[in-house]
Design a protein. Sequence first.
Lengths: 388, 417, 333
Amino acid sequence: MAQSFDDITKQLGKRHRRTRRLKLTCMAAMVLSAVFLVVFLGDMVNRGWSAFQQGRMQIEVSYTEQSQQMPLTAVDEQYRQLVSRGFFRQIPQRMEADPELLGTTRTQWVIARSSVDQYLKGRENSLSEQQRQLIDRMVEQGNAKLAFNTTFFTTGDSRMAELAGILSAALGTLLTIIVTMAICFPIGVMTAVYLEEFAPDNRFTRLIEVNINNLAAVPSILFGLLGLAIFISFFGVPRSSPLVGGLTLSLMTLPMIIISTRAALRSVPDSIRHAAFGVGCTRWQVVSDHVLPVSIPGILTGSIIGLAQAMGETAPLIIVGMVAFMPDPSFSLTQAATVLPAQVYSWASLPNQAFQEKTAGGILVLLAVLITLNAAAVLLRNRFERRW
Amino acid sequence: MLDYLLPAFIVLMAGLGTIAFWMGRQRAARVRAEGTAMRSQPGQYGWFMSLASVGAATAIIFLCWLALLITGSPVPLYSLYFIGLAVALLGMGLALRYVRPDFHARSAIEGVIRFMLAGAALISILTTLGILVSVISEAIRFFSMYSFWDFITGTQWNPGASFLEAAGRSSSASSQAQFGSLPLFAGTFMITLIAMLVAIPVGLGSAIYMVEFAPRGVRQAFKPVLEILAGIPTVVYGFFAAITVSPLIVDIAGFFGLEASYTNALSPGIVMGIMIIPFISSLSDDVLHSVPNSLRQGALALGITKGEMIRNVVLPSATPGIISASLLAVSRALGETMIVVMAAGMSPNLTANPLETMTTVTVSIVSSLTGDLSFGSAHTLSAFALGLVLFAVTLLLNLVSVFMINHFREKYRLNTI
Amino acid sequence: MKQPNTMSRQADAISPGTVEDSEHDAMYKQEHSDREGVTNTGESPVRPDEAGSQGATDSNKPERQQPSNGEPVTRNTKVDHDSISLSASDLNLWYGDHQALKSLSMKVYANTVTALIGPSGCGKSTFLRCLNRMNDLIPSARVEGNIEMDGRNVNSKDMDVVALRRRVGMVFQNPNPFPKSIFENVAYAPRMHDIVGGRAEQEELVEKALRDAGLWDEVKDKLHQPGTSLSGGQQQRLCIARAVALRPDVILMDEPTSALDPISTATIEDLMVRLREEFTIVVVTHNMQQAARVADYTSFFHLGEIIEYNDTTTLFEKPATRKAEDYITGRYG
């Protein structure tokens, strides 16, 4: 009655081929996204790694009275177009601070202009043929080299590419994130505790739940509009300040923290609550003494991921003006500031090739921090995840 | 001077709170030491005292401040601090009378905590209201200057001249600002479409591979790839689109004899698609996982091949979930800002050619809010009108998506007997 | 045995009264009495030995069997080869490091109902899933040994699992109709296997399968409603119809009634008895009464081994091993 195995198997070839085709297609999709990541990271590293190096040259600097008035004269004429203008600016201050310098001539390493820097890195630059030969000679004599770029990490923004750094942006990010977490962590956890442990199942509660889910999917730029209209225009929080940036980001991160905290609370089995109620705890005592302590890893994991998200967010911060040009780092919550992603954005819009390198360098730093944070969150989750 | 006032006040209040706590506890402890049974622990009386003094004072200061701001009157800081101090002291005095054996300090604290938690939960509602109020009120101001109908149907977006109008200098009709938003929506739609064409096949394909085919090792190796992709900030994607993908597209188009703009719509579209891949992939992963295994086994046990099982049993069952994920992804793409700001053009262009320059709603919002424009100008306010439309569209997408995913979940809850 | 009964349809309408049950029992008593007289060899496990070449109803003279190497199942060399549907020999299965099946050997006879019983975790479901290689879906599972069917080793690499499952159908513990219409649930697999072509052919096949599963009268007016809209018992019969539609050689049933109410259970038990006219049925059950009611042969599993395998009457009335006796009399399980 039934067909033999061989008969059936003969008919199956086409169907098996279709399965294989589907499998290959899906695998190609997966490989494609992995390739995207590799190409993308590779491109960033390729563009950005050189930002961590800086062109320097060793030249004679003569500290005379004339050079105090006209700093350009401190160095030999042929070097004037090669040394960073930032160095010349510092000469008068330096001589004031150290009177002994007057009248001396010192051979010292100075930061090269970005065109020299780019030339040393083999990139497009605006140097003349003569200048290139000069630098080639200096390299041969060991008087020009690429060294680790400390400036990048120790200064703020600058119009001169060779002096631009990420310090003020990093500080701005730090302050903003502190404000963000100080606001949204307690409120988020409290909301989650309320919804998970206290709230009666009524229409108001459901409204809050729907609202939170919806808020999580609202485009971030709308939070920027909120920050602009409510915090800046209405409450008068200073524009561009870490305070207003943090407030805006905290509202944006709130849903994420609420959702992950709720998940963490939900994973605590009811038997623990029943046991605590059974020994006469009030609801709040049950939560604070028994439920919260065991769900802390879950809450922290969600918060770290939310924090990483907030750190990378740019659009709402641009709207509230946090793309300020910040040559000097500031510690104030109410003064203008910028953040790392915004710094990346403003560098990216500059045409200068040297700033493209800075942009990619800034991106590498940002990515390193974010990937570390995310990895920490994953580790935390894996380490402390409890299976009840 | 004022800068130090706030910290000083906070320290003062903290001190008062500590004193109140200590007084409450001492008193309760004394009563208890006399041998009277009390309803609550001494510490709980302490907390009650703190809440009644400092808690009440903080709440009242905050409410007064808010009321003053809303009515638009100047805020008399000194008076506020004074009121706060008075309330704190009064509260302490009153609360001290309640430190007695028959008072349920514990329930009182419990009530206050409950109230505070509910207050925290209210903030998410206030956030939504805040977005709505800010967007709607400014949009209304905009529509009082510019006709709503022209905004929705106009094909010319030319806000540049509006500052002249605002300055009372608009002379000729040719320099009149125009806010016809159609080209913006067309650009947004085009870029979103491109992004979806990249993200949905790739994201869904990798989810299917991960759930149905991949051996454990591959799954574990690939998860981090997606997590890293998902954690990359959009500004980075924007840089990538502008600096790497756009020139590449121009080159490729040139190879085929086509002319492409450096701010073409294709490049932000593709990169946005890459950005959304992990989003679609992880949501589809969840959806595919929630298709019960019994269905798969039922199909396989009938001699159905794996491919047929996926196509005819798993995917049809998962369709509502996948559609829901895609809608959420569309909503994300519509609201995505940095990639388009950095890689798409600034000039509105009503075209169907993705190689031409185009701009989007979010780009216009950013560009109209970043110049040195006065807040009241039509140009600035147009950002809020666009924001309103963006909010409405994404809200609709999110709600439909939530509805579909709930429907999907219910279906499977019912089916597992 | 010629007793295709029509009780299945009534069963849903009337309560699962004792009348029906006793009818059941009477029928099986009669049937099994044909095979009485199987002897067993002391403590060593026993096998069913009559070779009912075309169904268990033929009354054969039972013969005494020698146990081979003390294996739980002795092999009857005299059995006509055609009547053996599946034959497992020296079958081992590991889940990771845990050995779930230990050197099992067992023959399943064509056109019979064979029940696998035993305490939870004894490997009976695992064994069942070996027969159509559903264990392939569990990454940690590793199988060794032969299962012979139609002259081929089911476990060999060159056996196409799809072809195997086409001939060895399965019904699961929980009804799992596809989220498609009732019609599609039945017609889908035959269409995929190219058994049916046009619409008319499909309709004919669906009707036949649903009639075979005793579901036709209940659903003929709503063939295009979703399969999930049916009651649990109806869903399970739909799943049986789905399996029957392919006209497989063997239908495996993994506790098919454990999720159902007593009325549906009775209906499905009737169905099994009726279906063995055409198919070989292997059923895993927790319920010893069920095994006694429907099975021609019963195999008792314990800790991954077959302790005793015999025709049902003998196994239940004169169990040869202490363990089987203890289990059957309810001393553990």
